[in-house]
Design a protein around this ligand. Structure first.
Ligand code: ACO
Length: 428
Protein backbone atom coordinates (compact mmCIF):
# COMPACT_ATOMS: atom_id res chain seq x y z
CA UNK A 1 0.00 0.00 0.00
CA UNK A 2 1.21 3.51 -0.83
CA UNK A 3 2.05 5.84 2.08
CA UNK A 4 -0.50 8.63 2.59
CA UNK A 5 -0.64 11.85 4.60
CA UNK A 6 -3.82 13.18 6.17
CA UNK A 7 -4.04 16.87 6.95
CA UNK A 8 -6.86 18.02 9.22
CA UNK A 9 -7.75 21.69 8.99
CA UNK A 10 -9.58 23.20 11.94
CA UNK A 11 -10.89 26.57 10.78
CA UNK A 12 -13.85 28.48 12.32
CA UNK A 13 -14.67 25.36 14.35
CA UNK A 14 -15.08 23.31 11.22
CA UNK A 15 -12.86 20.32 10.74
CA UNK A 16 -12.00 19.13 7.28
CA UNK A 17 -9.75 16.25 6.30
CA UNK A 18 -7.55 16.09 3.19
CA UNK A 19 -5.50 13.17 1.95
CA UNK A 20 -2.24 13.43 0.07
CA UNK A 21 0.16 10.94 -1.46
CA UNK A 22 3.60 10.51 -0.02
CA UNK A 23 6.17 10.39 -2.80
CA UNK A 24 8.92 7.77 -2.58
CA UNK A 25 12.60 8.61 -2.65
CA UNK A 26 15.57 6.29 -3.26
CA UNK A 27 17.55 7.96 -0.44
CA UNK A 28 16.60 10.48 2.23
CA UNK A 29 13.19 11.86 3.19
CA UNK A 30 10.07 11.07 1.19
CA UNK A 31 7.81 14.06 0.41
CA UNK A 32 4.13 14.84 0.91
CA UNK A 33 2.75 15.72 -2.51
CA UNK A 34 1.03 19.04 -1.84
CA UNK A 35 0.66 20.22 -5.42
CA UNK A 36 -3.13 20.37 -5.15
CA UNK A 37 -3.16 21.74 -1.60
CA UNK A 38 -4.09 25.29 -2.60
CA UNK A 39 -6.80 24.26 -5.05
CA UNK A 40 -8.16 21.76 -2.46
CA UNK A 41 -8.14 24.07 0.56
CA UNK A 42 -7.66 27.70 -0.57
CA UNK A 43 -4.64 27.88 1.77
CA UNK A 44 -0.96 28.30 1.03
CA UNK A 45 1.88 26.48 2.80
CA UNK A 46 4.36 28.90 4.45
CA UNK A 47 8.03 27.89 4.20
CA UNK A 48 10.41 30.86 4.16
CA UNK A 49 13.79 29.81 2.77
CA UNK A 50 12.32 26.48 1.60
CA UNK A 51 13.62 24.61 4.64
CA UNK A 52 11.03 21.83 4.24
CA UNK A 53 10.18 22.10 0.56
CA UNK A 54 11.29 19.75 -2.21
CA UNK A 55 10.94 21.89 -5.34
CA UNK A 56 11.76 19.08 -7.78
CA UNK A 57 12.76 15.46 -7.92
CA UNK A 58 16.32 14.85 -9.04
CA UNK A 59 18.76 12.04 -9.83
CA UNK A 60 21.95 14.10 -9.73
CA UNK A 61 23.28 14.70 -6.21
CA UNK A 62 22.33 13.38 -2.79
CA UNK A 63 23.20 14.95 0.56
CA UNK A 64 22.59 13.43 3.97
CA UNK A 65 23.14 16.45 6.18
CA UNK A 66 22.94 14.54 9.45
CA UNK A 67 25.54 11.97 8.44
CA UNK A 68 27.67 14.46 6.52
CA UNK A 69 27.39 12.49 3.29
CA UNK A 70 27.51 13.74 -0.30
CA UNK A 71 27.09 11.64 -3.44
CA UNK A 72 27.24 12.54 -7.13
CA UNK A 73 25.15 10.08 -9.19
CA UNK A 74 25.43 7.61 -6.30
CA UNK A 75 29.21 7.90 -5.88
CA UNK A 76 30.48 9.01 -2.46
CA UNK A 77 32.41 12.25 -2.83
CA UNK A 78 35.51 11.27 -0.86
CA UNK A 79 36.09 8.10 -2.91
CA UNK A 80 35.19 9.79 -6.17
CA UNK A 81 37.66 12.67 -5.87
CA UNK A 82 40.43 10.43 -4.62
CA UNK A 83 40.27 8.34 -7.82
CA UNK A 84 38.89 10.56 -10.57
CA UNK A 85 39.70 13.88 -12.22
CA UNK A 86 37.40 16.86 -12.54
CA UNK A 87 36.66 16.03 -16.19
CA UNK A 88 35.62 12.51 -15.19
CA UNK A 89 33.34 14.05 -12.56
CA UNK A 90 31.86 16.36 -15.21
CA UNK A 91 31.24 13.42 -17.51
CA UNK A 92 29.64 11.49 -14.66
CA UNK A 93 27.27 14.33 -13.78
CA UNK A 94 26.23 14.88 -17.39
CA UNK A 95 25.95 11.20 -18.40
CA UNK A 96 25.10 9.37 -15.16
CA UNK A 97 28.16 7.15 -15.60
CA UNK A 98 31.93 7.51 -15.45
CA UNK A 99 33.64 7.67 -18.85
CA UNK A 100 35.69 4.93 -20.44
CA UNK A 101 39.26 5.93 -21.35
CA UNK A 102 38.17 6.63 -24.90
CA UNK A 103 35.10 8.64 -23.89
CA UNK A 104 37.25 10.72 -21.56
CA UNK A 105 39.73 11.44 -24.33
CA UNK A 106 36.95 12.61 -26.66
CA UNK A 107 35.35 14.73 -23.95
CA UNK A 108 38.69 16.33 -23.12
CA UNK A 109 39.41 17.13 -26.79
CA UNK A 110 35.92 18.58 -27.31
CA UNK A 111 36.46 20.89 -24.35
CA UNK A 112 39.94 21.97 -25.43
CA UNK A 113 38.58 22.98 -28.83
CA UNK A 114 35.79 25.02 -27.29
CA UNK A 115 37.93 26.89 -24.75
CA UNK A 116 38.53 29.85 -27.10
CA UNK A 117 36.27 32.92 -27.08
CA UNK A 118 34.73 34.61 -30.08
CA UNK A 119 36.89 37.62 -31.02
CA UNK A 120 33.90 39.94 -30.55
CA UNK A 121 33.35 38.75 -27.00
CA UNK A 122 36.86 39.80 -26.03
CA UNK A 123 35.88 43.44 -26.57
CA UNK A 124 33.66 43.45 -23.51
CA UNK A 125 36.57 43.04 -21.09
CA UNK A 126 37.95 46.45 -22.06
CA UNK A 127 34.59 48.07 -21.22
CA UNK A 128 34.99 47.26 -17.52
CA UNK A 129 36.80 49.66 -15.20
CA UNK A 130 40.30 48.80 -13.97
CA UNK A 131 40.03 46.82 -10.74
CA UNK A 132 36.52 45.58 -11.64
CA UNK A 133 35.77 42.56 -9.49
CA UNK A 134 36.27 39.48 -11.74
CA UNK A 135 32.87 38.10 -10.65
CA UNK A 136 31.08 41.10 -12.21
CA UNK A 137 33.00 40.70 -15.46
CA UNK A 138 32.57 36.91 -15.43
CA UNK A 139 28.82 37.15 -15.01
CA UNK A 140 28.54 39.74 -17.81
CA UNK A 141 30.81 37.64 -20.05
CA UNK A 142 28.67 34.54 -19.59
CA UNK A 143 25.45 36.49 -20.22
CA UNK A 144 26.97 37.86 -23.40
CA UNK A 145 27.63 34.30 -24.63
CA UNK A 146 23.86 34.19 -25.25
CA UNK A 147 24.28 36.90 -27.86
CA UNK A 148 26.92 34.87 -29.71
CA UNK A 149 25.08 31.56 -29.57
CA UNK A 150 21.43 32.52 -29.56
CA UNK A 151 20.19 29.20 -30.82
CA UNK A 152 16.79 28.15 -29.53
CA UNK A 153 17.60 24.76 -28.06
CA UNK A 154 15.31 21.82 -28.64
CA UNK A 155 15.36 19.60 -25.56
CA UNK A 156 14.73 16.55 -27.74
CA UNK A 157 17.99 17.25 -29.55
CA UNK A 158 20.74 15.75 -27.38
CA UNK A 159 23.47 17.03 -29.70
CA UNK A 160 22.37 20.67 -29.30
CA UNK A 161 22.28 20.28 -25.54
CA UNK A 162 25.67 18.58 -25.47
CA UNK A 163 27.09 21.43 -27.54
CA UNK A 164 25.71 23.99 -25.08
CA UNK A 165 27.06 22.06 -22.07
CA UNK A 166 30.54 21.64 -23.56
CA UNK A 167 30.69 25.26 -24.61
CA UNK A 168 29.88 26.53 -21.12
CA UNK A 169 32.23 24.15 -19.29
CA UNK A 170 35.06 24.98 -21.71
CA UNK A 171 34.59 28.74 -22.03
CA UNK A 172 33.83 29.78 -18.46
CA UNK A 173 37.45 29.24 -17.27
CA UNK A 174 38.61 31.42 -20.17
CA UNK A 175 36.09 34.17 -19.35
CA UNK A 176 37.15 33.95 -15.67
CA UNK A 177 40.86 34.13 -16.47
CA UNK A 178 40.33 37.05 -18.89
CA UNK A 179 38.22 38.85 -16.25
CA UNK A 180 41.10 38.48 -13.80
CA UNK A 181 43.80 39.57 -16.27
CA UNK A 182 41.78 42.63 -17.16
CA UNK A 183 41.29 43.50 -13.47
CA UNK A 184 45.06 43.61 -12.93
CA UNK A 185 45.84 45.27 -16.25
CA UNK A 186 47.84 42.46 -17.87
CA UNK A 187 47.41 41.13 -21.42
CA UNK A 188 44.84 38.39 -21.94
CA UNK A 189 46.44 34.98 -22.45
CA UNK A 190 44.72 32.72 -24.95
CA UNK A 191 44.00 29.09 -23.97
CA UNK A 192 46.70 26.57 -24.84
CA UNK A 193 45.03 23.61 -26.53
CA UNK A 194 47.92 21.35 -25.50
CA UNK A 195 47.16 21.70 -21.81
CA UNK A 196 44.67 19.84 -19.64
CA UNK A 197 41.55 21.66 -18.40
CA UNK A 198 42.96 22.65 -15.01
CA UNK A 199 46.51 23.36 -16.12
CA UNK A 200 45.16 25.53 -18.93
CA UNK A 201 43.22 27.65 -16.44
CA UNK A 202 46.34 28.22 -14.31
CA UNK A 203 48.25 28.98 -17.50
CA UNK A 204 45.75 31.65 -18.59
CA UNK A 205 45.93 33.19 -15.11
CA UNK A 206 49.72 33.23 -14.85
CA UNK A 207 51.49 33.00 -18.18
CA UNK A 208 53.43 35.76 -19.85
CA UNK A 209 52.74 36.56 -23.49
CA UNK A 210 54.69 34.10 -25.69
CA UNK A 211 54.88 31.73 -22.73
CA UNK A 212 58.63 31.48 -22.44
CA UNK A 213 58.93 31.64 -18.70
CA UNK A 214 58.70 28.31 -16.88
CA UNK A 215 59.84 29.62 -13.48
CA UNK A 216 58.73 32.62 -11.45
CA UNK A 217 61.08 35.35 -10.21
CA UNK A 218 61.49 33.53 -6.89
CA UNK A 219 62.49 30.30 -8.62
CA UNK A 220 59.20 28.40 -8.31
CA UNK A 221 57.85 26.40 -11.23
CA UNK A 222 55.33 28.61 -13.08
CA UNK A 223 52.73 25.83 -12.68
CA UNK A 224 53.58 22.75 -10.69
CA UNK A 225 51.79 19.37 -10.82
CA UNK A 226 50.82 19.52 -7.14
CA UNK A 227 48.93 22.75 -7.78
CA UNK A 228 47.13 21.25 -10.79
CA UNK A 229 46.06 18.19 -8.79
CA UNK A 230 44.89 20.27 -5.82
CA UNK A 231 42.90 22.73 -7.95
CA UNK A 232 41.38 19.85 -9.92
CA UNK A 233 40.16 18.36 -6.61
CA UNK A 234 38.71 21.72 -5.60
CA UNK A 235 36.81 21.92 -8.91
CA UNK A 236 35.41 18.39 -8.32
CA UNK A 237 34.31 19.21 -4.78
CA UNK A 238 32.37 22.20 -6.09
CA UNK A 239 30.83 20.43 -9.09
CA UNK A 240 27.30 20.09 -7.75
CA UNK A 241 25.43 20.44 -4.51
CA UNK A 242 21.79 19.56 -4.95
CA UNK A 243 19.19 22.37 -4.74
CA UNK A 244 21.35 25.12 -3.18
CA UNK A 245 20.52 28.82 -3.68
CA UNK A 246 22.35 29.31 -7.00
CA UNK A 247 21.09 26.03 -8.50
CA UNK A 248 17.57 26.98 -7.48
CA UNK A 249 18.09 30.28 -9.29
CA UNK A 250 19.32 28.42 -12.40
CA UNK A 251 16.24 26.16 -12.34
CA UNK A 252 13.93 29.15 -11.77
CA UNK A 253 15.42 31.04 -14.71
CA UNK A 254 15.22 27.86 -16.80
CA UNK A 255 11.54 27.65 -15.86
CA UNK A 256 10.84 30.94 -17.64
CA UNK A 257 12.20 29.55 -20.91
CA UNK A 258 15.28 31.81 -20.83
CA UNK A 259 18.45 30.82 -22.63
CA UNK A 260 20.75 28.39 -20.75
CA UNK A 261 23.70 30.81 -20.83
CA UNK A 262 21.54 33.40 -19.08
CA UNK A 263 20.34 30.83 -16.54
CA UNK A 264 23.96 29.94 -15.71
CA UNK A 265 24.94 33.57 -15.48
CA UNK A 266 22.07 34.10 -13.00
CA UNK A 267 23.54 31.22 -10.98
CA UNK A 268 26.90 33.02 -10.98
CA UNK A 269 25.28 36.15 -9.55
CA UNK A 270 23.48 34.17 -6.85
CA UNK A 271 26.69 32.37 -5.93
CA UNK A 272 28.55 35.63 -5.38
CA UNK A 273 26.70 36.41 -2.12
CA UNK A 274 28.72 35.91 1.07
CA UNK A 275 26.13 33.57 2.58
CA UNK A 276 26.81 31.27 -0.41
CA UNK A 277 29.91 30.96 -2.65
CA UNK A 278 31.19 34.43 -1.77
CA UNK A 279 31.98 33.06 1.70
CA UNK A 280 35.37 31.75 0.53
CA UNK A 281 36.62 35.28 -0.16
CA UNK A 282 35.06 36.51 3.09
CA UNK A 283 36.81 33.79 5.13
CA UNK A 284 40.25 35.08 4.18
CA UNK A 285 39.16 38.70 4.67
CA UNK A 286 37.86 37.73 8.11
CA UNK A 287 41.02 35.84 9.08
CA UNK A 288 43.05 38.89 8.09
CA UNK A 289 40.73 41.12 10.08
CA UNK A 290 41.05 38.91 13.19
CA UNK A 291 44.77 39.34 12.64
CA UNK A 292 46.20 37.21 15.44
CA UNK A 293 45.51 34.10 17.50
CA UNK A 294 45.06 36.31 20.59
CA UNK A 295 42.03 38.01 19.00
CA UNK A 296 40.16 34.79 18.19
CA UNK A 297 38.25 34.57 21.50
CA UNK A 298 36.98 38.14 21.04
CA UNK A 299 35.54 37.34 17.60
CA UNK A 300 34.03 34.04 18.75
CA UNK A 301 32.24 36.06 21.42
CA UNK A 302 30.96 38.47 18.75
CA UNK A 303 29.75 35.53 16.61
CA UNK A 304 27.77 34.20 19.58
CA UNK A 305 26.21 37.54 20.49
CA UNK A 306 22.58 37.59 19.22
CA UNK A 307 22.72 41.40 19.07
CA UNK A 308 25.81 41.43 16.86
CA UNK A 309 25.47 40.74 13.12
CA UNK A 310 28.99 39.29 12.99
CA UNK A 311 29.07 35.65 11.82
CA UNK A 312 31.98 33.31 11.52
CA UNK A 313 32.49 32.97 7.79
CA UNK A 314 32.97 29.37 6.66
CA UNK A 315 30.83 28.00 9.48
CA UNK A 316 27.33 26.58 9.34
CA UNK A 317 25.27 25.15 6.55
CA UNK A 318 21.58 24.88 5.80
CA UNK A 319 21.80 21.15 5.10
CA UNK A 320 24.91 19.83 6.89
CA UNK A 321 24.37 19.40 10.59
CA UNK A 322 27.63 17.51 10.75
CA UNK A 323 31.09 18.00 9.19
CA UNK A 324 30.74 18.99 5.53
CA UNK A 325 32.33 15.97 3.74
CA UNK A 326 33.93 18.35 1.23
CA UNK A 327 35.58 20.16 4.15
CA UNK A 328 36.94 16.80 5.35
CA UNK A 329 38.62 16.24 1.98
CA UNK A 330 40.03 19.76 1.99
CA UNK A 331 41.34 19.51 5.55
CA UNK A 332 43.29 16.43 4.46
CA UNK A 333 44.49 18.22 1.33
CA UNK A 334 45.57 21.20 3.42
CA UNK A 335 47.68 18.89 5.62
CA UNK A 336 49.26 17.31 2.53
CA UNK A 337 50.00 20.69 0.98
CA UNK A 338 51.69 21.82 4.19
CA UNK A 339 54.54 19.48 3.26
CA UNK A 340 54.84 20.62 -0.35
CA UNK A 341 53.62 24.21 -0.74
CA UNK A 342 53.94 27.42 1.21
CA UNK A 343 50.73 27.62 3.24
CA UNK A 344 50.20 30.88 5.06
CA UNK A 345 51.11 29.61 8.50
CA UNK A 346 49.93 32.77 10.24
CA UNK A 347 46.41 32.53 8.77
CA UNK A 348 46.39 28.77 9.36
CA UNK A 349 47.17 29.26 13.03
CA UNK A 350 44.22 31.65 13.36
CA UNK A 351 41.96 29.28 11.40
CA UNK A 352 43.04 26.27 13.51
CA UNK A 353 42.29 28.14 16.72
CA UNK A 354 38.83 29.19 15.45
CA UNK A 355 38.10 25.62 14.42
CA UNK A 356 39.26 24.16 17.75
CA UNK A 357 37.22 26.62 19.82
CA UNK A 358 34.11 26.40 17.65
CA UNK A 359 34.10 22.60 17.64
CA UNK A 360 34.13 22.49 21.43
CA UNK A 361 31.93 25.52 22.19
CA UNK A 362 28.37 24.90 23.34
CA UNK A 363 26.92 27.64 21.08
CA UNK A 364 28.31 25.96 17.94
CA UNK A 365 27.65 22.40 19.12
CA UNK A 366 24.02 23.15 19.99
CA UNK A 367 23.39 24.70 16.58
CA UNK A 368 25.39 22.03 14.69
CA UNK A 369 27.71 24.66 13.23
CA UNK A 370 30.70 22.93 11.63
CA UNK A 371 33.31 24.27 9.22
CA UNK A 372 31.98 24.19 5.66
CA UNK A 373 33.89 23.87 2.36
CA UNK A 374 34.64 27.60 2.24
CA UNK A 375 36.48 27.56 5.55
CA UNK A 376 39.32 25.57 3.96
CA UNK A 377 39.30 26.70 0.34
CA UNK A 378 40.62 30.18 1.19
CA UNK A 379 43.86 28.96 2.76
CA UNK A 380 44.42 26.29 0.11
CA UNK A 381 43.70 28.64 -2.79
CA UNK A 382 46.12 31.17 -1.27
CA UNK A 383 48.78 28.43 -1.19
CA UNK A 384 47.95 27.73 -4.85
CA UNK A 385 48.73 31.41 -5.56
CA UNK A 386 45.14 32.17 -6.54
CA UNK A 387 44.34 35.80 -5.68
CA UNK A 388 41.41 36.15 -3.30
CA UNK A 389 39.21 38.08 -5.73
CA UNK A 390 39.24 34.88 -7.85
CA UNK A 391 38.10 32.50 -5.11
CA UNK A 392 34.41 32.67 -6.00
CA UNK A 393 35.26 32.47 -9.71
CA UNK A 394 37.02 29.16 -8.95
CA UNK A 395 33.78 28.01 -7.35
CA UNK A 396 31.91 29.08 -10.52
CA UNK A 397 34.25 27.07 -12.77
CA UNK A 398 33.69 23.95 -10.67
CA UNK A 399 29.92 24.45 -10.31
CA UNK A 400 29.18 25.17 -13.99
CA UNK A 401 28.70 21.48 -14.78
CA UNK A 402 26.26 21.10 -11.88
CA UNK A 403 24.17 24.04 -13.01
CA UNK A 404 24.03 22.69 -16.58
CA UNK A 405 23.19 19.17 -15.43
CA UNK A 406 20.36 20.51 -13.27
CA UNK A 407 19.20 22.79 -16.10
CA UNK A 408 18.97 19.82 -18.47
CA UNK A 409 17.24 17.68 -15.85
CA UNK A 410 14.69 20.46 -15.32
CA UNK A 411 14.05 20.73 -19.07
CA UNK A 412 13.61 16.98 -19.48
CA UNK A 413 11.24 16.65 -16.52
CA UNK A 414 7.67 16.73 -17.85
CA UNK A 415 6.44 17.78 -14.39
CA UNK A 416 8.49 21.02 -14.45
CA UNK A 417 6.55 24.26 -14.15
CA UNK A 418 7.41 27.94 -14.06
CA UNK A 419 8.70 28.81 -10.56
CA UNK A 420 6.01 30.96 -8.99
CA UNK A 421 5.81 30.94 -5.18
CA UNK A 422 2.97 32.74 -3.39
CA UNK A 423 2.89 35.00 -0.32
CA UNK A 424 1.00 35.70 2.87
CA UNK A 425 -0.20 39.25 2.23
CA UNK A 426 0.13 41.62 5.21
CA UNK A 427 -0.27 44.98 3.49
CA UNK A 428 -3.25 47.36 3.34
N1 ACO B 1 28.41 32.14 12.95
C1 ACO B 1 27.68 32.32 14.08
N2 ACO B 1 26.41 31.89 14.23
C2 ACO B 1 25.84 31.25 13.20
C3 ACO B 1 26.53 31.02 11.99
C4 ACO B 1 27.87 31.47 11.88
N3 ACO B 1 28.57 31.29 10.76
N4 ACO B 1 25.73 30.37 11.12
C5 ACO B 1 24.56 30.19 11.76
N5 ACO B 1 24.62 30.72 13.01
C6 ACO B 1 23.58 30.67 14.04
C7 ACO B 1 22.46 31.66 13.73
O1 ACO B 1 22.71 32.93 14.31
C8 ACO B 1 21.26 30.95 14.34
O2 ACO B 1 21.32 31.12 15.74
P1 ACO B 1 19.94 31.26 16.58
O3 ACO B 1 19.25 29.93 16.41
O4 ACO B 1 20.38 31.54 17.97
O5 ACO B 1 19.18 32.39 15.94
C9 ACO B 1 21.54 29.47 14.05
O6 ACO B 1 22.98 29.38 13.98
C10 ACO B 1 20.92 28.95 12.76
O7 ACO B 1 21.34 29.80 11.69
P2 ACO B 1 20.48 30.15 10.39
O8 ACO B 1 20.95 31.44 9.83
O9 ACO B 1 19.02 30.03 10.74
O10 ACO B 1 20.86 28.94 9.46
P3 ACO B 1 20.64 28.88 7.90
O11 ACO B 1 20.55 27.45 7.56
O12 ACO B 1 19.52 29.76 7.47
O13 ACO B 1 22.00 29.53 7.30
C11 ACO B 1 24.20 29.79 6.45
C12 ACO B 1 23.05 28.80 6.78
C13 ACO B 1 23.68 30.92 5.56
C14 ACO B 1 25.28 29.03 5.68
C15 ACO B 1 24.78 30.35 7.79
O14 ACO B 1 25.26 29.29 8.59
C16 ACO B 1 25.88 31.39 7.53
O15 ACO B 1 25.58 32.57 7.32
N6 ACO B 1 27.19 30.96 7.57
C17 ACO B 1 28.29 31.87 7.30
C18 ACO B 1 28.46 32.06 5.80
C19 ACO B 1 29.02 30.85 5.10
O16 ACO B 1 29.99 30.24 5.52
N7 ACO B 1 28.38 30.50 3.96
C20 ACO B 1 28.82 29.38 3.12
C21 ACO B 1 27.82 28.28 3.16
S1 ACO B 1 28.40 26.90 2.23
C22 ACO B 1 28.17 27.34 0.62
O17 ACO B 1 27.28 28.02 0.24
C23 ACO B 1 29.15 26.83 -0.31
Amino acid sequence: MKDKATIILDIDNQKQEYNYDILDSTRGPKAVDLRTFYSDTGLFTYDVGFTATAACSSRVTYIDGKKGELRYRGYEIEKLVSKHSYLEVCFLLLNEKLPTKEQLMHFDIELRHRSFLHEGLKNIFGAFPDNAHPMATLSAGVTSLASFYFDHLDIKDDIEYKEMAYRLIAKIPTVAAFAYRHSIGTPLIEPDINLSFTENFLFMMRAYPHNNLKVTADGQEQINPIEIKALDTIFSLHADHEQNASTTVVRSVASTGAHPYVAVSSGINALWGRAHGGANESVIAQLNMIGSVENVEKYIKKAKDPNDEFRLMGFGHRVYKNFDPRARVLKKLQDELKQTLKLDSHLMEIANKIEAIALSDEYFIKRNLYPNIDFYTGIILTALRIPKQMFTAIFVIGRTVGWITQYIEFKKDNQSKIARPRQVYKGK
